[in-house]
Design a protein around this ligand. Sequence first.
Ligand code: GAR
Length: 211
Amino acid sequence: RRRTAILISGRGSNMAALIAAAQAPDYPAEIALVLSNRADAGGLALARSAGIATATVESRSFKGDRAGFEAAMQAVLDQKGIDLIALAGFMRVLTPGFVAAWEGRMVNIHPSLLPAFPGLDTHARALAAGVRLHGCTVHRVSASVDEGPILAQAAIPVLVGDTEASLAARVLEQEHRLYPAALAWVAAGRTDPPEARGALANPLPDTAWLP
Ligand code: GAR
């Protein structure tokens, strides 16, 4: 089982979904650490109550010294023998150096169907754009934010009367199903050749999907 760290900044609902999935004995990742860049992240208490080791490296105290912040995180990751990172609502941009050090071993979940709507406020922007399909993406982390190779997506229809909150809630439901499946795929060491993409794009048979 790959020793996996989940990096969070906030409430940690995706983290909780990954922790729950990893409790299955045959799940290929073991959640060995939850690491937050904020001491007040709600997810820390959730992780502790699930019996998971937690750590905080306060990004604020590094005052813009991103390399120093990442060196402190790397020290904690090394100390815990981590070899896979799952970003789950981790709201700091990582430097190319840190990304390179974790190449092929770091994934992220993003609340849109990438490459549409990278960045923040994805649900409001999807509504404003009038898209009929929205969703979430698990991708490998590359140096350009929200641009790494796509591993898995789940799509939902945008409904008449949807608000930012209603859309966020339905996407989040899909995030909690998609991320455990995608992390299992990565932790099992499967590669992602183009011909595997069809299967990869829909790892859950009943994931909402409109052709
Ligand atoms: C999730 O919707 C995640 O996709 C998003 O933040 C939320 C975190 O919620 N991530 C990003 O926007 C990354 N830029 P959670 O803490 O309950 O998992």
